[in-house]
Design a protein around this ligand. Sequence first.
Ligand SMILES: *Cc1c(COP(=O)(O)O)cnc(C)c1O
Length: 417
Amino acid sequence: MEEIKMVDLLGQHNQIRREIDSAIKEVIDSSAFIKGKQVKAFEENLARYLGAKHVIGCGNGTDALQIALMALGLEPGDRVLVPAFTYVATAEVIALLHLVPVMYDVNPRTFNTDASVSLEYMDELVDKRTKAIVPVHLFGQCSQMDAILEFAHRHNLKVVEDCAQALGSKCKVSNISEHEGCFSESVSGGQEETAETMGGCIGDIGCTSFFPTKNLGCMGDGGALITNDDALAEQIRMIANHGQKVKYHHDLIGCNSRLDTLQAAVLDVKLKHLDEYIAARRKAAASYTRLIKAFDPLEKHICTPVECEFTTHTYHQYTIIVKDSIKYPDQNTRDALKAFLAERGIPSMIYYPLPLSKQAAFRGIALRREDFNPGADDSLHNSEWLADHVLSLPVHTCLKEDQIEYIAEAIKDYLCK
Ligand SMILES: *Cc1c(COP(=O)(O)O)cnc(C)c1O
C-alpha cells in the first residue's frame, strides 16, 4: 500500500500537470503578474460556477474576511457575532479592526451555526452595538443559512459567510424573498420558494480561501470575496486595491490584497476539476462512514459526520468525534487514538485543539454570553468539548479504497478490542 498522506497535493497536480504548466507558461510569457487577464477570467468563471454576481480575488482568505468587514462600514467598538469553534482567522480580523468578537456556541454534531443551538440564546448577545454575524461553514457543510438570515434580519445585522472550507457546497434556503439584499438577482418573481444556492452567495458577502489544501487550492496564498450587491462589490474592489478606483486617487483607506495572476491561472485550471474533486472526497467519506458504522453502529465510540438535509457536504475534512472511553480512564481517548494511528503510519489532525474562548490572544477582547447575563454559564460548552474530542482523518482526491479500509481497521482495533 502507498504511504497514507493527510493531503496529497502532488498527486492531484500530477494529474493535471500539463494544463497547469501551460497556464503558468502563458502568464510568464505575458509577464502581467499583477492584474493580468487570467485574474478577471478566473473571477468570472468562479462567479458563473457559484451563480453569484461578483467574485473579487484577493491575497488570502483572512484578507477576504478583513476586507468584507471593512466594506460593510463597521466602526471601532461595533460587535460581531462569531462561532467559538472555528479557525482563528474568522475572529482575528474582527479584533484587528478594533471590533469586538462576541462568541457563540455551535451544534456539537454539525460543528456549525444552527437554530437549535447557536441561535437559541443569541438574542441575549445582541445589543445596539452589534452589527454583523460571521457564520462559518466548517469542514465542508454550510451553516443553517435560512435561520441565520432570519435572525440577522430581525436584528438588522450584516451577514458575512466564511466559506473557506465549503466552496462548492449547496445550501437550501427557504422564504428567500424575505431576505432583502440577499439573492436580489437570483429570486424570480419574489414569491416564497426554496432555492438551492451555493454557500458563500447567501449573506451580504461570502469569503473564501485558496490556501493549497482547501478544496479549491492554489500554489501559494489566495482568496476571494463573493457578493450579489453591485455597490458592495465596487467598495470591495477599491479596498483591496489601496482604496482607489482611479490610479493614485485614494478615496478610502484600503490595503494591498490581490490575487496574483499566476495563482489565478492555476485556479482557473483547477476550477474545471472542482466538482470531480468534491465527488472524490464524498466517495472517500462515504467509505469511511460505512466502514466505521459497520463496527460501531450505535456510535458507542465514534460519531461519524452527519449530513444535514439543508446542505451538501464537500468534505474539506472528514472529522469524527471520539467519545471518552472507560477503557482508558487516564487519558484523552482521542489523543490516544491519534498516537495509535500514527504508530501504524496513519496521519490525522486536530481541527481545532482550542476554541476561540481558550485562545490567549482573545483574552480580554472577546465577549461571551456570561458577559451579558452573569447568571448564564458554560455557554460555549459544545465548542470547548469538541476541541477535546474531534479528530480529522486523511481525506483527499487521491486517497485509495484500500487505504481507507486500513485506517478504519486500525480505528476498530484500537477502540473495539
Ligand atoms: C483557511 C481558512 C481561513 C483563512 O484563509 P487563509 O487563506 O489561510 O488566510 C479562514 N477561515 C477558515 C474557516 C479557514 O478554514
